[in-house]
Design a protein around this ligand. Sequence first.
Ligand SMILES: Cc1ncc(COP(=O)(O)O)c(C=O)c1O
Length: 426
Amino acid sequence: MPFTANRQFKKAPRMFVGAKDMHYTTSDGRQVLDGTAGLWCVNAGHCRPKITEAIARQAAELDYAPAFQMGHPKAFELANQLVQLAPQGLDHVLFTNSGSESVETALKVALAYHRVKGEGSRFRLIGRERGYHGVNFGGISVGGIVSNRKMFGTLLTGVDHLPHTHNLAKNAFTRGEPDHGLDLADELERIVTLHDASTIAAVIVEPVAGSTGVLIPPKGYLQRLRDITKKHGILLIFDEVITGFGRLGTPFAADYFGVTPDIMVTAKGLTNGVIPMGAVLVSSEIHDTFMQGPEHVIEFMHGYTYSGNPIASAAGLATLETYKEEGLLQRGTELGPYWADALHSLKDEPNVIDVRNIGLVGAIELQPIAGEPTKRAFSAFVKAFESGFLIRTTGDIIALSPPLIVQKHHIDELVDGIRTVLRAIP
Ligand SMILES: Cc1ncc(COP(=O)(O)O)c(C=O)c1O
């Protein structure tokens, strides 16, 4: 099983057999409140009729069209809708089937862009410690999670990493963006000086690092990265696989922070998690740079059999419509203060060493059990599931990201449930 403690799972399987709106149904007939939007992807809630009907209709009408040298209208419609939703300047879309594939695609676009421009010496990619960019070789190379990297040899060469921004000593229990840590963006200048700008293709970061436990950027940090990358002709890639589609109360984190990257990586909420799909958005400048040479020649040698698959495209269109009709991409702004108050009420519970929040994302960091890292949070996860709510844990951090249809009473239920769990576990 993917990213699962297989032996523990098989001793006591946790199985879902149904889902509706904010809840899952377990194989023993219990309702479980979804505190994580599945895996940060079911932003509109579960089994939404508009989306499921669009999928059924599309499957009966046009099930598949070759992705190479052929097209179908829904992929173009979805691309147009995405461009309208995205920050100004990100005008072109490449479809993929997952966050990991979107990351690989973005890194390849960055390398190829410089080469097509005649700057092939820009081969280096800069990621960040504690970054998560999926599980493929490019993604784990620029990613900064040791356990995801250490088994897999030399990875991509020519990669360097910014330091992460997590600093409990200075920023614990901050609401929103922390005050300390802007200077960590200046580490990029140090890296540029070390390698020379002429060798660096792109910097990739998650605007808010999700998978390593909700690491919120210090005030001004992303703008500083933007300024430095621009100054040196380096592309800035935002991995918005988690932060995209309303997670922070704006369509994208780029909108929340007022910083536009050159390339934006998305997946998950694009189709409400129902059908695998990702999308990479790029600026016109990048797109246009590739549009040269004889017209019968493929401009960018990359793509997947299922890129822009008709059923995924139909799901994406229905998802974006649902977000729009129900105002879901703004809910994180409306509910943000209530969410923050509820989460921070856990400050004095046993073993809590930090609470942090942004939009409809939250994290509760626990003091690890001495000599047994991750065990305390895993116990919380299992106990929570048994008590009727789904949370996600990473290391000793509980990460929360409910579907954007969440109501205040769900937030109360979730937070009170976590309080009870924290009091019950060792
Ligand atoms: C920021 C980020 N990038 C990439 C991925 C990989 O996405 P996938 O699991 O769809 O390959 C994830 C998944 O959680 C993610 O959070």
